[in-house]
Design a protein around this ligand. Sequence first.
Ligand code: PMP
Length: 344
Amino acid sequence: MKHRNQVFDNVLDLVGKTPLIKLNKMASQFEGNFYAKVESFNPGHSSKDRIALYIIEQAEKQGILSPGDTIIETTSGNTGFSIAMVSIIKGYDCVLAVSSKSSADKIDMLKTMGAKVYVCPAHVSADDPRSYYEVAKRLHSEIKGSVYINQYFNQLNIDAHYASTGPEIWNQTEGNITHLIACSGTGGTISGTAKYLKEQNPNIQVIGVDAFGSVIKKYHETKEFDEQEIYPYRIEGLGKNLIPTATDFDTIDEFVKVTDEESAHTARLIAKTEGLFVGYTSGAAMQAIKQLGEEGRFKKNDYVVVIFPDHGSRYMSKIYSDKWMKEQGFFDSINVEAAQSIEY
Ligand code: PMP
């Protein structure tokens, strides 16, 4: 058994078992009880620790990986950090193809964790040879003894959350959860967690959070890939310009779309009101709750769990920088002077 007051063999023993923390202010205007699964308590500060450890250990069990081998991945940063951390402890080389949309902080962190990083342009199609998918595939074919994690198209991504995040939430809520709200990037978190929870209680409502500029919500509703939906947006790690097979659309009841601007302000508000310093997509997930709450979707006895995927420290040069917020025009609708020292 792992406990936080014990001594651990290495940092990997701390992956998972993250706390569920009541939100006392953020949704207090709505009926219902709201709790956040705060994934920044993982040692790599995000939910991606779970999939990195799980997928690498599955590969070891199958004899695909042995020490000295190379692990390759495409990543917006968090998965890369987690794979780099696991690689250090287990003795693998880590090579990462990263989108140029990722913050400089994230890229520096990956290098600090010993990863070799290739920065690839964000606004090219997935099949462009310069895209991070294609770069990763090429490196996989070139580097002997390499394993490509391929989180967007790997069933083990779903299995990792089915094995850990789902049971944790079920036990922490003592089976009382009524709604799960989670961002969908690869879709692994929401699909694996939802699959486990719905096996326990099929009435649990599962709501995915998508970005404007992403095809996921429309695909869920129409089963058609609509290129018209695609345009650049700023939230990292949420939504997609392709359909990942790591998303099990049948486990998700509906998707809600959120804007870059509102998600950024909501993340800042979570820090100011709950004392929880969380990432951009945590703001997005909370923004989705706000939109649903305003539609009167929550009732008095509802037990709503929202997943906060990562830590705010990864966004210091973005949503937590007044300068960046101003450059994006995110302060335009409110007084700019006042916004520099904003009191929410
Ligand atoms: N938030 C952040 C910050 C992420 O990096 C990701 C992963 N891309 C997600 C949310 C979405 O998680 P998943 O990939 O499991 O859908």
